[in-house]
Design a protein around this ligand. Sequence first.
Ligand SMILES: NC(=O)N[C@H]1NC(=O)NC1=O
Length: 174
Amino acid sequence: MDITAVNALPYEDFVNIFGNVVEKCPIITAAVWSRRPFVSLNALEAAISEFIDDLPESGKEGILRCHPDLAGRDLHSGTLTRESREEQARAGMDALSSGEASRMSRLNEEYKTRFGFPFVICARMNDKANILRQLTERCGNERAVERERGIEEVKKICRLRLQGLVLCDAPNKL
Ligand SMILES: NC(=O)N[C@H]1NC(=O)NC1=O
């Protein structure tokens, strides 16, 4: 799908195709549709980033709260979105040893209790060891630092999801 085809999409199709580039936040996709035409995929990504950056702190935290825990309940109950399932599987989150799983669960809870939103990291850019290390380290940060850090990770996840949709030849997605 090239950018001309993206720009030609009615909003229903645009939201159907791109609605989960930010996890469970189709409102962002619906909002940026009115910024068409995009000169490139980067311009679409930039429009999403700007929308997120313009949100108040509560909105940014709301985006983080739409993300499932890594190796959390949704993974075990099979209720992850397709995108998140693939990302978590690629980082080995579905194949943790019982020791790793309990450590991840304990740290995820500690993080959420401390900050009021879940730990978010771009799973496709990190392996299991790296995720556990970063989760441990980031538990020690300040809330404002983690809010911004989490949002940076959301943008990385978004970029890879957009690339997967637009750069791979997927006419059936239209
Ligand atoms: N909590 C969290 O980071 N979740 C996510 N990360 C990612 O790459 N996909 C997700 O669903």
